[in-house]
Design a protein. Structure first.
Length: 280
């Protein structure tokens, strides 16, 4: 009988469980072959990546210069006016002061986010972890306009309960759970809430969105955000109306400053693939 050390004996159950998990995953891959959430193409059993090779290559992540105020990737001849604003946000008088997005809301990233939002909590768990990883990588980049270590709390943009029931889970809160672990920031759930259901904003202008969202958010326990620097998480920054109204509620509750982290930044009116600093 082999003379195992005590450490090896203690490690045996964990190794055995990992082996069982790998075998089970292989069996499930054979019964229900996985598909790429970016293009729905089938993946080979045991592929080892969430995305197919093409979607991984085409993932539109932001690596170059972006506006530190609103997160918009900047073209080669655009200026952020000394880190204060870009042509897109210069006249908006935003309440939040800094923003960073992992990628452009286009192509593969847009398809993955859509798949995640309607996957449900159980099926979407691996997608949430993957997407949170993209955000964490962006926040760790040297050109991120803020340092996560200087924030006090991570708070997700809230979803109205009726929409949560419709989808089966709160996709932004689930994303925040994974992100909080990655960036080691205290997570505050259920404090910033959406108190009024609002119609779809897909076809609305920024002004219409702001009017639509006016008074829709509230902070239940202001003392928990008072004098704190809050990192607000949203899935997509489109016109910044949602993040603006969330930041307004947080500032009204006494937050010192609000920064925004997002999975994706909409570049409507621009050529997403030609945006400087975007890896495609």
């Amino acid at each position: 009988m082999p003379a195992w050390s005590a450490a090896e004996a203690r490690g045996l159950p964990a190794r055995a469980l990992r082996g069982v998990a790998l075998a089970l995953r292989a069996a499930l891959d054979l019964l229900w072959p996985p598909v790429c959430p970016g293009c729905r193409a089938g993946l080979e059993p045991g592929w080892g990546d969430l995305l197919c090779a093409r979607c991984r290559h085409e993932l539109p992540l932001i690596h170059g210069e972006a506006c530190p105020r609103c997160g918009m990737p900047l073209g080669p001849f655009e200026s952020d006016h000394g880190g204060r604003y870009c042509i897109d946000c210069g006249g908006l008088n935003l309440v939040f002061t800094r923003a960073a997005a992992a990628g452009v809301y286009d192509g593969t990233l847009a398809e993955i986010l859509k798949a995640y939002k309607y996957a449900g909590r159980a099926r979407g768990a691996h997608l949430a972890k993957f997407l949170a990883g993209l955000i964490a990588d962006r926040l760790a980049a040297t050109n991120c306009p803020f340092r996560v270590t200087e924030a006090d709390l991570l708070i997700p943009a809230p979803t109205h309960p009726s929409r949560v029931r419709e989808r089966g889970f709160d996709h932004t809160a689930e994303l925040a759970r994974h992100l909080a672990k990655r960036i080691e920031l205290p997570l505050e759930l259920g404090n910033l809430i959406k108190i009024r259901a609002t119609p779809s904003q897909v076809k609305l202008t920024r002004a219409e969105r702001l009017k639509n969202l006016e008074g829709a958010f509230a902070v239940r326990k202001p003392e928990r955000v008072k004098d704190k620097t809050v990192l607000l998480l949203d899935d997509v920054i489109t016109t910044a109306a949602t993040t603006e109204e969330c930041a307004r509620a947080l500032k009204a509750a006494g937050a010192r400053e609000v920064w925004v982290a997002a999975l994706a930044r909409s570049v409507r009116g621009r050529d997403a693939s030609a945006a400087a600093g975007v890896q495609v």
